[in-house]
Design a protein. Structure first.
Length: 319
């Protein structure tokens, strides 16, 4: 029986450090097109069961895409998972070589499920969304400064806010055009926005940053986004279940859409009011509504069904 191979790659801005679980060998490549080609070629030759790399602020995207295109099973994981795992096995020292080895050990022990990366178009859309988020944050910051600014700088802050508002309008136009240019995205966007409470911001965020939507079951997608309650029990202690982790940007967009849905979506509104009526804290009720809305959206994309069809399945035919 052949030995199963698990590889870990520590990704930085300039280098790619590769380690194989159970081996002392270590490879280092430049994080550029040539180095990525060498890594992919080497790993394809080894036929690993799984390759794991950390999400490191976009430095890993090109490598993960090339590995996926080359048919190498790849999982991109949250760096916190790796550090927690390292502490659990008593590995506190940190170097590029040690990081690659602990990632390989994590791959062999935990065996995270390989996830498909967004395609190039979705990655570009994600970049535009990230830029939109930055512009919105800058507008908020400048408006906060405007209230406390003296007369000498107020006109300059106001001028910057006006420029940022124009930039935001341009970005929104680009986002909408990208969706319109893709028949697949256009269909998905139409389905998502048919749900009361779901607007362009959530729909586009889901398209770009949650490509798994419609391919997972409800528990998996809830855990991926970070709206699944996790147990905090130990011995006889029964702690409160809380939701944490997951994809923060998706969760933030889902939160805002759910706030609207608790007022204007009959199904979510009824669910929210029922939870509050039995004594659930509003925050807990809202989190449950986020999970329910996400479950509905996941089912809609899986079965390519409209909002009215989902309502008919959940509460009977619409009048």
């Amino acid at each position: 029986m052949e030995k199963e191979i698990y590889a870990g790659i520590d990704v930085s801005k300039d280098t790619l450090d590769v380690a194989i679980y159970g081996e002392q060998r270590h490879w280092s490549f430049a994080n550029n097109q040539s180095g990525i080609g060498e890594v992919v070629s080497m790993l394809k030759g080894l036929s690993p069961e799984l390759v794991v790399l950390e999400a490191t602020g976009s430095y890993e995207v090109l490598l993960a895409a090339e590995l996926g295109t080359g048919g190498v099973p790849t999982a991109v994981v949250n760096p916190r998972q790796i550090r927690d795992f390292a502490r659990s096995v008593g590995m506190l020292a940190k170097t590029d070589t040690l990081d690659a080895r602990i990632i390989a050990r994590f791959a062999a022990t935990v065996k995270p499920t390989p996830r498909p990366l967004p395609d190039t178009e979705a990655q570009e859309l994600g970049d535009v969304i990230a830029r939109r988020r930055q512009v919105v944050e800058m507008i908020t910051a400048e408006k906060n400064r405007l209230g406390k600014a003296r007369r000498t700088v107020k006109p300059r802050i106001q001028a910057h806010i006006e420029w940022l508002d124009e930039e935001l309008d341009d970005i929104n136009t680009i986002l909408r055009q990208k969706v319109e240019d893709s028949p697949i995205w256009r269909e998905k966007d139409k389905l998502l926005e048919s749900v009361p409470g779901v607007g362009p911001n959530l729909a586009i965020t889901l398209l770009a940053e949650l490509p798994e939507l419609g391919t997972l079951n409800r528990k998996q997608v809830a855990a991926l986004v970070g709206v699944a309650p996790l147990n905090r029990d130990s011995g006889t202690l029964r702690g409160k279940r809380t939701s944490w982790g997951g994809r923060k940007t998706v969760r933030n967009a889902l939160y805002m859409a759910t706030l609207v849905a608790t007022r204007h979506n009959p199904l979510i509104k009824r669910f929210y009011e029922r939870l509050c009526a039995v004594g659930k804290a509003k925050k807990v009720a809202l989190n449950a509504c986020m999970r329910k809305l996400l479950t509905i959206l996941n089912a809609m994309l899986r079965y390519r069904s409209c909002w009215h069809c989902q309502v008919a399945q959940l509460i009977g035919p619409c009048s």
